[in-house]
Design a protein around this ligand. Structure first.
Ligand code: PLP
Length: 443
């Protein structure tokens, strides 16, 4: 198709664009490499350049995987669509069973949506309806943690702390934020125990000030992805769960980024020893082969909602699409059969160790962190003050990374990297070697 020289018609999500109506395709390409092919851990742009693709937590088994494509193709050929609002198909229930087993929530149920925001939004609506059904309709408020990203819809955007809600004026009322014990950028002075104590106290204080009986749920993102792969003290989420139980609040774990193998565990919640009432999933679920979100809902919530017959007035036309379900089932089977959880854990640890050995003394490396195939390097212009790198430095760094054949996310001074769980030894070595080279070249 012929493209007009001036005037781009596709509005990219999230990223700043300077007058897109006047931008040339070439200008846009500076920000967005135009990808034409993907194979395993690699993508290629329209100039034939190859990159290790680390930008998002979506590809679990890499791109263009033959096994997934074949299963999806067979499904397209046999039943390319069924509207789960009115009909069933075998794979929605098979996938739901599989997900409840994976989540160690055998008696739970699963609700499908089309993305991560939808999975979180579903969880939020469910808890509201749950409390209405219990005769506590005043429980409408939500608590979430600073730095968490939960999505962009009005509900999920209202519990997100990344400037999303500020962009659109008032969102959902009654959403409150709690400080999080970010280990590299802590909210108070002191040691890990002090940050944790402070945040837990703030959480409890907020609950008591608002009144526990006005709060519906606490949302957590066990490892904050968009905020730069931020990990918290090992026992923090268990302590948050204790507080939630003490005040009879539901716990929603947003595992859209962390779930289904990304951290080297089926769920990050398992690593932290918690059992949330609801779990939101997306990204790795279908690995980018089809849009899909899922919300795992505890038996207690379902029992309450449907105690006298019931209806959850929520859903969308394409949710639980048979092709999405088949893609997800195939990917989950591959993760299990090919030992990808163990592989992600070990390879992630190997990459982290090598990065730490080679880069921790670098004058601009503030922090190196991660778990499994979720890794980050935080870059600073001054290690003492932890001042972020400048805009100009960031641009040069992103360009140098790209020239070195790496596509990763660089946001707020943090390079976040999400290799597929299938990353090979050689690819892990490529990643580490190139990163060390790129940082050596930077002024
Ligand atoms: N929750 C988390 C933790 C996420 O990382 C994201 C996306 O980055 C979302 C929710 C929203 O998912 P989506 O972009 O698919 O709507």
């Amino acid at each position: 198709m012929k493209q007009s020289a001036k005037g781009y018609r596709f509005l990219h999500p999230f990223t700043f664009m300077n007058n897109p109506l006047q931008a040339t395709a070439e200008e846009v390409r500076q920000t967005y490499p135009c990808l034409t092919k993907g194979e395993g851990a690699w993508v290629y742009d329209d100039a034939g350049n190859r990159y290790l693709y680390l930008s998002t937590a979506v590809p679990t088994v890499g791109l263009g995987n033959r096994r997934v494509i074949q299963a999806m193709t067979e499904q397209y050929e046999t039943l390319s669509f069924a509207s789960t609002c009115a009909q069933g198909h075998p794979f929605a229930n098979q996938l739901s069973e599989r997900l409840t087993r994976i989540a160690h929530h055998e008696h739970a149920m699963v609700f499908f949506s089309n993305d991560g925001s939808g999975a979180v939004e579903t969880a939020m609506k469910l808890v509201r309806q749950y409390y209405r059904s219990k005769g506590e309709p005043q429980r409408t408020r939500f608590l979430s943690f600073e730095g968490s990203y939960h999505g962009t819809t009005f509900g999920s955007g209202s519990v997100t702390h990344m400037g999303i809600k500020e962009s659109f004026g008032p969102g959902l009322e009654g959403c409150f934020s709690i400080p999080a014990p970010h280990l590299y950028r802590p909210p108070v002075a002191g040691d890990e125990a002090a940050f944790e104590q402070y945040c837990l106290e703030q959480l409890e204080k907020t609950i008591l000030t608002l009144g526990a009986d006005t709060i519906a749920a606490i949302l957590i993102e066990p490892i904050q992805g968009v905020n730069g792969v931020v990990l918290f003290p090992q026992d923090f989420w268990q302590k948050v769960q204790c507080i939630a139980r003490r005040y009879d609040l539901l716990l929603i774990a947003d595992e859209v980024g962390t779930g289904l193998g990304r951290t080297g565990h089926w769920l990050a919640s398992h690593h932290y020893g918690i059992k949330p009432d609801l779990v939101a999933l997306s990204k790795g679920l279908t690995g980018g082969y089809f849009p899909m979100g899922a919300t795992i809902i505890s038996e207690e919530i379902i029992a309450e909602l449907y105690k006298e017959g019931g209806i959850f007035l929520h859903g969308s036309t394409l949710c639980g699409h048979p092709v999405a379900c088949v893609a997800a089932l195939t990917i989950l089977e591959m993760i299990e059969q090919d030992g990808l959880l163990e592989q992600a854990r070990q390879r992630g640890e190997w990459i982290l160790n090598r990065l730490k050995q080679s880069l921790l003394d670098h004058p601009q490396v503030g922090d190196i962190r991660g778990m499994g195939m979720m890794l980050a390097i935080e870059l600073v212009s001054n290690r003492e003050t932890k001042t972020s790198v400048s805009f100009a430095w960031s641009r040069a760094f992103t360009a140098t990374l790209r020239q070195a054949g790496i596509l990763a996310n660089f946001f707020n001074g943090v390079l976040s990297m999400y290799p597929p769980l299938t990353l090979s030894d050689d690819e892990a070595d490529y990643l580490v070697t190139r990163l060390i080279d790129v940082l050596a070249k930077m002024p």
